[in-house]
Design a protein around this ligand. Structure first.
Ligand code: NOJ
Length: 562
């Protein structure tokens, strides 16, 4: 397995809208990010990933791009962006940009042309189809943001496809001109000096010819059509072409967001010999607490399912390909509320979850606020929410007669705004995020949970992340070691080993709020373990007996010679 800087890096994701507002308009911006670079450098992260900062009407907070080569006014200017890049590089960090090319905004100039007439030169940049005989949509695919994935456009009497909002028309990747435009745009950013891309739902770009109807769902008009657009027939060809045309001549990384990707497919996508992408974001582990009805259909997570799943990924990409490691991003609820305990054990369980993730093999991603243990939020009124996915779902369910309280319950657990409340910097008004009116309300717990407090407290979640990152930088075993799960059926502990060149890390995490005994594998008996890190005070060196006793949410990592 080759050595690469991106395998040895820790990435920090910034959702610029909610990160830090430098000019008091209530919206985070580029200069706000630049102001906080020392904070990020001190944390120790190597790479910053910016969620989209391009010109956009913000139907989906920048994931609907109007101009791929311009900066969103609210975020600043190209000069601000260039300054940010040079300040990032000046601190020895790298910067990667979001690449959103499954779709553009309907306000992009290509789409404005495309919708004008059927013979417009840009018509085939998007996916247009006539309605069925009865005038209804060309197929029954459901948009990820509720309702049909097709929008009728009066001007030419045809429908266009939008897998996301109707202001996010899908680009037609079958058209070689579209591909050339995208590769040219990527090179333009790479020439500016960026260090790579995170690729938004990029495994959706190749659709099955004929766009067949999805399997109908009982009582529903529309159905998820993933089998006809996720990992589609030409996906490997397109990604390889993108690699050759845009990435190959740059020392840059790629991480491809891929809903519906399996370990087998991921091995193909990330096999270095195939030259497609460096790593993928998979979704299986964050779908384990969803029922058959999808993400809003809540069900409790079983620890053994999480262990089975993450271990499957660790094993599948152990020798070929590479994993990304994440629990949080701008689409996922806060991990400490979801898989830990955001009350009494907030700090301890946030550290435990971080230990589990950061001791695995792969490139870890930290989402803004995760490093201070930010939690989910509960706004009383639906009007206080901003996310299009949440709002559309709420409207649809209300129309179906689902009671308000029931819908809110699922929003509290799974809504994307949980991750998007502004970063909590200090105890001042609006947590120091803005001097103006914040675009999305803050989580009121900022008086206790904030970066200033966390930096000042050596026992904070923040300082624990710093140590985890430092350990990764200083211990090859964490980056390149193997992985073996222990006790797969156990519902209390997530424990695994990381063997590497005559040593082994033993990682043991108590996922429960109870004190518990961990029974060691026999081979440990009588061996010495040196404590690498723990979220609880613990002996530096132990001679293992048969068991170890753990307090609630305790995590420990030992180094053992084998
Ligand atoms: C995935 C992004 O992470 C999400 O925020 C966005 O809404 C969709 N792709 C559509 O671009």
């Amino acid at each position: 397995m080759s050595r690469q800087w991106w395998k040895e890096s820790v990435v920090y994701q910034i959702y610029p809208r909610s990160f830090n507002d430098s000019n008091g308009d209530g919206v985070g911006d580029l200069n706000g990010i630049t102001e906080k670079l020392d904070y990020l450098k001190d944390l120790g992260v190597d790479v910053l990933w910016l969620s989209p900062v391009y010109d956009s009407p913000n139907d989906d907070n920048g994931y609907d791009i109007r101009d791929y080569q311009a900066i969103m006014d609210e975020f600043g200017t190209m000069e601000d962006w260039e300054n940010l890049l040079s300040e990032v590089h000046g601190r020895g960090m790298r910067l990667i940009m979001d690449l959103v090319v499954n779709h553009s905004s309907d306000e992009h100039k290509w789409f404005a042309e495309s919708r004008k007439s059927k013979d417009n030169p840009y018509r085939d940049y998007y996916i247009w189809r006539p309605g069925k005989e009865d005038g209804s949509e060309p197929n029954n695919w459901e948009s990820a943001f509720s309702g049909s994935a097709w929008q009728y456009d009066e001007q030419t009497g045809e429908y266009f496809l939008h897998l996301f909002s109707k202001k996010q028309p899908d680009l037609n990747w079958e058209n070689p001109k579209v591909r050339e435009e995208v590769y040219g745009m990527m090179r333009w950013w790479l020439d500016k000096g960026i260090d790579g891309f995170r690729m938004d739902v990029v495994n959706f770009i190749s659709k099955v010819e004929g766009l067949p109807d999805a399997e109908p769902q009982e009582g529903k008009k529309y159905a998820p059509g993933g089998e006809y657009f996720a990992n589609g027939p030409r996906i490997h060809e397109f990604l390889h072409e993108m690699n050759q045309e845009a990435m190959k001549n740059y020392d840059a990384m790629t991480v491809a967001e891929m809903p519906g990707v399996t370990p087998d497919l991921a091995q193909k996508y990330t096999d270095e010999a195939r030259e497609e992408v460096d790593m993928v974001f998979q979704f299986e582990h964050v779908d384990l607490d969803s029922g058959p009805g999808g993400k809003w259909d809540l069900r409790p997570l079983r620890l053994r399912d999480l262990k089975e799943n993450l271990s499957k990924w660790q094993k599948a990409l152990e020798h070929k390909g590479w994993n990304s490691l994440y629990m949080n991003n701008h689409d996922q609820p806060r991990m400490v509320s979801r898989f830990g305990n955001d009350g009494e054990y907030r700090v301890k369980s946030a550290k435990m979850l971080a230990t589990m993730l950061h001791m695995m093999k792969g490139t870890p991603y930290i989402y803004q606020g995760e490093e201070i243990g930010m939690t989910n939020v509960k706004f009383e009124s639906i009007n206080e929410y901003e996310d299009i996915e949440t709002l559309n779902m709420y409207r649809e369910k209300r129309a179906e007669g689902v009671p308000h309280e029931e819908i809110m319950k699922s929003i509290y657990v799974k809504g994307r705004d949980n991750a998007r409340t502004p970063v909590q910097w200090n105890t001042e008004k609006n947590a120091g995020f803005t001097t103006g009116e914040p675009w999305l309300k803050l989580n009121p717990n900022y008086t206790e949970i904030n970066a200033e407090q966390a930096v000042a407290d050596p026992d904070s979640v923040y300082h624990y992340y710093r140590r985890l990152i430092e350990l990764r930088h200083n211990n090859e075993v964490i980056v390149y070691g193997g992985y073996d799960l222990l006790q797969p059926e156990d519902e209390t502990f997530f424990a695994f080993e990381r063997p590497y060149q005559g040593e082994k890390l033993l990682v043991i995490c108590n996922f429960t709020g109870e004190q518990a005994e961990f029974v060691l594998p026999e081979e440990y008996s009588g061996k010495e373990g040196g404590l690498l890190i723990s979220n609880t005070e613990s002996e530096e060196v132990v001679t293992f007996d048969t068991k170890l006793s753990f307090t609630p949410y305790e995590a420990r990592v030992y180094r053992v010679m084998v």
